[in-house]
Ligand binder design. Structure first.
Ligand SMILES: [Zn+2]
Length: 378
């Protein structure tokens, strides 16, 4: 099937051209905060009102061994319009291991990261939700939204001690605490001491603090010990714990290492930064474009996985049916195929169709298709 890509020459050239920027982006594609709102915030907000003390006392009186039940920290349809990109790192050494014993994490990452496909989606306002009933302990707002792209930018944020960005810490009772990070500047909708209910909006998803992709980070802890919501066990216990998922959402109960973040079309080779920024979320491309590319942004691939692209043009002709083997594990990355515009084989107007799938050990583990309208040149 590999031989059926008439565009292979351009494909490999484009791949060469993008190699550097993509590798660069990947190297920093996974940063996310692990530190809570800083001590200054804590100090000002620990002068708490009496209600908080009462709330905490009554929570502590409750049945101490009942596991907490968690709603999602993001208002979306998990698996459809949002996904988990990173899990807690449950490897106590320098190595990394996520909840499902895969590599969707980085060293010392404490939380679960619920992401959307691009920053552009945040413009419509995606709510962050309280995962359980509780009382707001402390918060921070006022950090600008800026998706980080380089190691220097990440270091700068870390030096300021604002990795969590705009964040909220909620006492969920019984010693449980949730820390929510990277909210949109000015969106924090609760105050210290406020009571919240599970599923209640507490702010909006943003890209503040140490983050290279649009998501909300949730660290769950109990009596100061970080707990993996996937197992209900301390992250220090390692992966694939026999425990019980604390998530109520059935989709969240299933560990999903690999998936498709988004598919789309572009008139130039996209970078991972372009895709996180939503540059090609709704491109206007017509028949005088130099090239037409069908791209896939994926996560959690492993060396040896096979990716398959199939592209048909506006007249229904097969442009390419192309497979290639993924060479290295990666947390997220992109690939594309496409067509150059030539007098003999022009880009035709109409509905183009792209199909993408990932196969592992002979089994399709993710697949998706998309249609795109190429307009006649004016
Ligand atoms: Zn995170």
């Amino acid at each position: 099937m590999n031989a059926t890509n008439p565009f292979r020459g351009l494909l490999s050239r484009l791949r060469d051209r993008r190699a550097l920027p993509v590798l660069f982006a990947l190297a920093f594609a996974t940063a996310c905060a692990t530190t809570p709102p800083n001590e200054a915030d804590r100090a000002t907000e620990t002068a708490e009102t009496p209600e908080i003390a009462v709330a905490q006392a009554s929570a502590t009186d409750a049945n101490t061994d009942r596991p907490i039940e968690l709603g999602l920290p993001i208002d979306c349809d998990l698996g459809e319009d949002c996904f988990v990109l990173l899990y807690p790192d449950v490897d106590p050494s320098d190595g990394i291991r996520d909840s499902g014993c895969g590599g969707q994490t980085y060293d010392t990452h404490k939380g679960t990261d619920f992401a959307v496909a691009s920053v552009a989606e945040l413009d419509r306002g995606v709510n962050a939700l309280a995962v359980a009933d509780g009382t707001v302990l402390r918060l921070r707002d006022g950090v600008p939204d800026r998706r980080l792209r380089t190691a220097a930018e990440i270091d700068e944020i870390a030096a300021q001690g604002i990795e969590c960005g705009n964040g909220i810490v909620i006492d969920h009772g019984d010693g449980w605490e949730g820390q929510y990070c990277h909210l949109k500047q000015g969106s924090v909708a609760v105050a210290s001491g406020d009571r919240v209910r599970r599923g209640e909006p507490i702010g909006q998803i943003g890209v503040s603090g140490k983050t290279t992709f649009p998501h909300v980070h949730l660290t769950l802890s109990r009596n100061g010990e970080v707990i993996d919501p996937a197992s209900g066990q301390p992250t220090a216990n390692g992966c694939n714990q026999a425990g019980q998922s604390l998530w109520l959402d059935p989709e969240a109960q299933t560990y999903k290492q690999t998936g498709i973040i988004s598919l789309g079309f572009a008139d130039r080779p996209p970078t991972v930064d372009d895709l996180w920024d939503g540059v090609f979320d709704a491109p206007q491309i017509d028949t005088d474009a130099e090239v037409l590319l069908f791209w896939a942004h994926y996560y959690g691939v492993e060396a040896g996985d096979i990716e398959h692209y199939r592209l048909t043009d506006g007249a229904g002709n097969l442009i390419t049916d192309y497979e290639q083997t993924i060479e290295a594990n990666s947390i997220n990355g992109l690939g594309y195929v496409g067509k150059r515009n030539t007098p003999n084989r022009p880009i035709v107007p109409g509905t183009w169709r792209g199909e993408y799938s990932l196969t592992r050990d002979g089994e399709t583990i993710a697949s998706k298709r998309i249609e795109f309208e190429v307009r006649p040149a004016r």
